[in-house]
Design a protein. Structure first.
Length: 186
């Protein structure tokens, strides 16, 4: 495992955080076709989320920093985007509370495990699926396509279920200690 920080895969992860600025500008300013621009930026963020892991494995760039920055970038991007969308009335406040609450618990748990057991907790598939479901909710919410409103409601509740499943999976890994990650050599 490499200890490099400045790799293509890590730059892709960090770009999700940087995309929040143009997203906020497009959403809050008087920009023509603002919803299309915001949807494009969200789609680009989802693409970087897929590509960072792929690039890391393909180019042998898997690193401790990458294992940390990837989920942190997801949490920052989703939290900031969700907060902005609650501000503009495009997303229910309770949904943001669920998303951010889960993410904070995962972040605090990851810090605890890192400090106590010297293990970096890696993302798992249920978590990756939940993040993609949240991204779909954000997309559907920003586009406001009336004929997809029922599907958006199903996706909101479906993503809540997926978040609960992924959180349960992290708890199982915590208490059973299986597949948590890699020990950090100090």
């Amino acid at each position: 495992m490499q200890d490099r920080v400045l790799t293509l895969s890590n730059v892709l992860s960090l770009s999700r955080i940087l995309l929040v600025a143009p997203l906020a500008f497009c959403l809050l300013a008087d920009v023509p076709d603002k919803r299309s621009w915001v949807a494009l930026i969200i789609s680009l963020a989802v693409l970087t989320d897929f590509l960072d892991g792929y690039v890391a494995r393909k180019r042998h760039e898997v690193s401790e920093f990458g294992k940390i920055i990837d989920p942190v970038a997801d949490k920052i991007a989703v939290g900031a985007t969700g907060g902005l969308m609650v501000w503009t009335g495009d997303l229910p406040f309770w949904y943001l509370v669920v998303v951010v609450g889960r993410d904070l618990l995962l972040l605090l748990g990851g810090i605890y495990i890192r400090n106590r057991k010297k293990i970096t907790v890696q993302s798992n598939w249920p978590g990756k699926i939940a993040v993609n479901a949240i991204a779909l909710v954000l997309l559907l919410s920003i586009l406001r396509i009336e004929m997809l409103e029922e599907f958006r409601q199903v996706m909101i509740w479906g993503s809540v279920v997926l978040m609960a499943v992924s959180f349960g999976s992290y708890l199982q890994r915590l208490f059973l200690g299986q597949g948590m990650g890699r020990k950090v050599v100090s």
